[in-house]
Design a protein around this ligand. Structure first.
Ligand code: ATP
Ligand code: LTN
Length: 326
């Protein structure tokens, strides 16, 4: 059976973008692949986090995975920082990765420009991600478009390591959705909808209440034209709404366009709001049922026990190949 892996950062309550771009994919793939799903808390601290909030976000993310339909029987679910081998493996990989490669990463360039006082973890972030991926010899990495570059770097690192030290890692491939890989901010539809966005109005969070969701969608930025047509360059706002609708109803973009021929923007927004509210209220009900249950700890204990063994073996293998032994 082929293996698939992904991780999400606990940097706030996850968004509709995370749900469509990452979680929905994992739900689809959990039936056909051996699945690994973790909470990338070590990645989240590359940007300063409030410790109390971080701990609460970690727990929420786990409960949201399950509420969205991730099946703990079909996934190895774990917290990245509980598996100490990830950071150890990352160091060994860092010493086989060039500064030039890391400083060219788009995410690094964006985030380091935003804050001149960025940490070195922001630069080495993709190497830790390569460690997460390469440790488990996965075939596929489920990501949104913005993370594809990091998966490609993980491949480069693996190929280089294999060449230098002999066959050690499987070369993974990024796996992306056709529709809706990138959900945009509702207020600034040329910008990705992001957990850490400052303007809350542009971001739908999985725990937003129905009123808030409706207000945000009805207030989405559109254009002065009248036609409901998918055209990312000239109509980014409308295209984003079409994309959300298509993703949540499992329809093709052109099917959604046909559905709304002759309708106005208000009607499109209302329909998108209805669909989002329906989908999220089911998730929220499950979330509040499980957030305080003991089940969460059991799932994490199982996940860490299983993945730590694999990661320890990979770490030992790497050390041996590199000459780090007695
Ligand atoms: P942050 O604001 O902290 O950078 P984020 O919202 O960008 O967070 P991540 O934790 O970096 O989310 O990403 C988790 C997963 O969700 C990744 O696979 C990423 O590609 C995907 N993802 C994030 N935002 C979107 C989006 N707007 N549309 C589609 N997929 C997304
Ligand atoms: N960098 C990713 C989160 C992440 C990840 C991974 C995704 C960390 N390690 C390994 C896939 C595979 C992000 O910010 N979305």
């Amino acid at each position: 059976m082929k293996k698939i892996l992904t991780g999400l950062q606990p940097t706030g309550i996850i968004t509709l973008g995370n749900y469509i771009g990452a979680i929905k994919q994992m739900i689809k793939y959990q039936d056909i692949y051996d699945s690994y799903l973790f909470i990338a808390d070590l990645h989240s601290i590359t940007i300063p986090q409030d410790p109390q909030e971080l701990a609460s976000n970690i727990k929420s993310l786990l409960a949201l995975y399950l509420a969205c339909g991730i099946d703990p029987k079909k996934n190895k679910i774990f917290i990245q920082s509980e598996n100490e081998y990830h950071a150890n493996i990352s160091w060994l990989l860092e010493c086989n990765t060039y500064y030039g490669e890391l400083s060219r990463m788009t995410q690094f360039k964006d985030k380091s420009q935003k804050n001149a006082n960025f940490t070195s973890g922001l630069l080495t972030y993709p190497v830790l991600m390569a460690a997460d991926i390469l440790t488990y010899d996965v075939d596929y990495v489920a990501v949104g478009l913005d993370q594809k570059q990091h998966v490609e770097l993980a491949r480069d690192i693996a190929i280089r390591f294999n060449k230098k030290f002999g066959d050690t890692f499987k070369i993974p491939e990024p796996l992306m959705t056709e529709e809706g890989t990138k959900i945009m901010d509702l207020v600034e539809p040329t910008k990705k909808m992001s957990k850490s966005s400052e303007n809350q109005k542009g971001v739908i969070r999985l725990l937003d209440d129905p009123n808030t969701i409706r207000k945000k969608i009805m207030g989405a930025t559109t254009d002065s034209d009248m036609e409901i047509k998918f055209d990312v360059v000239n109509k980014p706002g409308i295209s984003n709404l079409i994309n959300i609708y298509a993703s949540l109803t499992n329809k093709k973009i052109n099917e959604v366009e046909e559905l709304f021929i002759g309708k106005n923007y208000g009607e499109l927004k209302k329909n998108v709001a209805d669909i989002v509210i329906e989908e999220l209220s089911t998730i929220q009900k499950k979330y509040y049922d499980i957030i305080n249950s003991d089940e969460l700890n059991k799932i994490l204990d199982n996940g860490i026990e299983f993945t730590r063994k694999i990661a320890k073996n990979k770490f030992e293998l790497m050390k041996n190949k590199m000459g780090l032994h007695r």
